[in-house]
Ligand binder design. Structure first.
Ligand SMILES: C[S@@+](CC[C@H](N)C(=O)[O-])C[C@H]1O[C@@H](n2cnc3c(N)ncnc32)[C@H](O)[C@@H]1O
Length: 159
């Protein structure tokens, strides 16, 4: 007998931050993870002063509902069969507006005062940028990318 799946959505999204330095942005990312249904947050080489349990921008304590992994190398925590997507302003980045999100994606964001490391960029099949006139705040960027994924998957479902 074939049982019908009760899954409401195929695939999953994870959020990874490369060397975040400011707990305010980590809190925004955790809150976005909870709000948009990301399954995991990876913090790679985060500033040791950041205490994930005490972030003013994460009043809902997202870490209690979304696993947060703190690692040196983001790729040590990369799920199986998951596409790493770098979110960064580079010359050959694809515009987010035209980007088709992978079913299983890990979105990687760079640090507040820099960019995603070249080692990470080399391992990412896709690099996407938000077509802004200047770089945005890290926490804001996480929310925009997660909203874009939600909007496109909702449109696809309703088509
Ligand atoms: C505040 S930005 C870093 C500063 C930036 N490298 C600069 O030169 O001003 C932090 C991170 O947010 C993401 N980001 C910000 N604006 C972006 C945009 N328009 N498109 C894609 N990623 C963006 C990237 O992951 C970036 O590494």
């Amino acid at each position: 007998m074939q049982r019908k799946s009760t899954l409401t959505e195929r695939g999953f999204a994870c959020i990874a931050l490369d060397r975040p330095a400011d707990g305010v942005n980590v809190g925004h990312a955790l809150r976005a993870a909870l709000g948009f249904g990301a399954r995991m947050v990876i913090l790679g080489g985060a500033d040791p002063k950041i205490n994930v349990r005490k972030l003013s921008t994460d009043p809902g304590r997202a870490y209690r509902h979304v696993p947060v992994l703190e690692v040196d190398d983001i790729f040590d925590a990369m799920p199986n069969d998951c596409t790493p997507v770098a979110v960064e302003i580079t010359a050959d980045a694809v515009d987010l507006v035209n980007f088709v999100h992978p079913e299983r994606a890990c979105y990687i964001f760079g640090p507040e005062n820099g960019s995603i490391s070249s080692e990470i960029l080399e391992k990412c099949q896709s690099v996407v940028k938000i077509p802004t006139t200047m770089s945005l705040n890290l926490g804001m960027t996480v929310n925009i990318v997660m909203y874009d994924r939600l909007a496109k998957s909702t449109r696809k479902r309703n088509a």
